[in-house]
Design a protein around this ligand. Structure first.
Ligand code: GTP
Ligand code: ZN
Length: 187
């Protein structure tokens, strides 16, 4: 892996004072947001980019609420959010917009991906392993409902899974049901 690592900068936020550092893997500029001290057994959220949810407050998913919940948790003590630039479960923003248009026509999130010729989930978490090794983290308390994320971190000891439960609304109800029924999320 040919990873470039930025310097560490301060990021004061409405949830507290964090530090940020970027890890650049080819064209993907990932971000680590952390509250010191970084412990060997850190509280960790691995968050995949969702511009529509994280930045625009879309009600179609639970991403923004999950991100803010994690930032609130780590701001209380310490911990880390690894923000991965794998938008739309890895299909990218352009394709996600096309998937959303298919959802407007009645396809669910998984079917829409398949209609576009993509697998259900194209994400990979190799860079997470690199980042955790870089920070010398071996044990984690992982904030997630996604069993895939847990399985992708086989080289680390997962001490605890912290659920990330967010409010449902009429726009994300089906999305959350699919996560539970088809993707096995702990919801
Ligand atoms: N392709 C596609 N991606 C979506 C859609 N809605 C949200 N996403 C992306 O899904 C990713 C978030 O994945 P989720 O499956 O919601 O949740 P997760 O992060 O894997 O699981 P948690 O750790 O429990 O939050 C982000 O990259 C979003 O951009 C959609 O309808 N289609
Ligand atoms: Zn989202």
């Amino acid at each position: 892996m040919n990873i470039k690592i930025s310097n560490i900068a301060k990021l004061p936020s409405k949830y507290g004072d964090f530090k940020i550092q970027s890890f650049k893997d080819k064209d993907k500029e990932h971000l680590v947001i952390f509250k010191e001290p970084i412990l060997d057994n850190t509280l960790l959220r691995i968050h995949s980019e969702c511009l529509t949810g994280d930045a625009l407050g879309s009600l179609k998913c639970d991403c923004q609420a999950q991100l803010h919940h994690a930032l609130q948790l780590i701001s209380k003590e310490n911990g880390m959010v690894i923000y991965l630039r794998q938008e739309g479960r890895g299909i990218g923003l352009f394709n996600k917009v096309n998937a959303y248009e298919l959802q407007d026509r009645g396809f669910n999130t998984i079917e829409a991906n398949h209609q576009l010729g993509f697998e259900t989930d194209l994400r990979d978490y190799k860079i997470v392993e690199y980042i955790l090794n870089y920070y010398k983290i071996k044990k984690i308390n992982l904030i997630t409902n996604n069993p895939n994320k847990i399985n992708s971190l086989k080289n680390f000891e997962i001490l605890q899974r912290i659920p990330s439960i967010t409010p449902t609304n009429k726009h994300n109800q089906n999305y959350l049901e699919i996560k539970k029924e088809s993707l096995g999320h702990f919801l």
